[in-house]
Design a protein around this ligand. Structure first.
Ligand code: DX5
Ligand code: ZN
Length: 221
């Protein structure tokens, strides 16, 4: 299994964001999870496309996995495409016309992702599965880092994995929220292949040791 570890910038030191991203990439991160919050769809504010654009101009060429927690989503998509997003994931609750939103991302040359909150039914995936390259299962309610993993997310991962396998399409299955070295294996066993971790990585003393511990747990999953 080709597992990806995706540090979330939300827990990084924003005064040194470029250095923090280089540090986790050097420590073995596969992609960077870029959390966008608008104090409207979620009760918190983070960063926008301008910051992504600056990181690209500073030479950071890693895969950027943009998690859009902003409503309405459509107007921002062009900004993130121009700024150099590789993956853009949207919440169905943050757009009136999900099919159009996912198409905007695909037509703009990025990979569309669809995000499921703890209370969002996974059935919706069947309606748009041909349009998504990534499914993101929230294992917390979106808005803040450092929350505890919600155990029922494992059943949702299992259901999503079944739907993805039945589709025959190549779709990444990502989990976001409360992921640590000591619980990452359970999500892998439930079908996840991409793991967001904010506080567990950026809150640790040694990024490499933390990512290595996650990989070891995944190898044994
Ligand atoms: C929360 C964000 C997460 C967050 C995860 O809304 O989507 O990506 O940074 O943080 P941890 O890993 O600390 O739960
Ligand atoms: Zn996120």
């Amino acid at each position: 299994m080709n597992y990806w570890i995706a540090p979330s910038i939300l827990a990084a030191d924003f005064s040194r964001l470029g250095d923090e991203i280089r540090a986790v990439l050097d420590a073995g991160a596969d992609i960077i999870h870029f959390d966008v919050m608008d104090n409207h769809y979620v009760p918190n504010l983070s960063v926008g496309a301008l910051v992504l654009d600056s990181l690209r101009k500073a030479g950071i060429d890693a895969t950027m996995d943009v998690h859009l927690m902003a409503k309405p989503a459509d107007r921002l998509i062009g900004d993130f495409l121009s700024a150099g997003a590789d993956i853009i994931s949207v919440h169905p609750e943050a757009t009136d016309h999900l099919h159009r939103t996912l198409s905007l991302i695909r037509d703009g040359g990025a990979q569309p992702g669809l995000v499921f909150n703890p209370a969002t039914p996974i059935d919706l995936l069947s309606e748009v599965i041909d349009l998504v390259d990534l499914v993101l299962i929230m294992s917390i309610n979106p808005g803040f880092g450092g929350q505890a993993f919600i155990p029922a997310s494992l059943d949702k991962l299992t259901d999503a994995r079944e739907m993805i396998d039945a589709s025959g399409r190549e779709i990444r299955l990502e989990v976001d929220g409360g992921i640590k070295a000591d619980n990452i294996a359970a999500s892998a066993r439930a079908g996840a292949d991409t793991f967001v971790a904010g506080s567990a990585i950026f809150g640790s003393e040694d990024y490499r040791a933390t990512i290595d511990a996650m990989r070891k747990a995944l190898a044994a999953a």
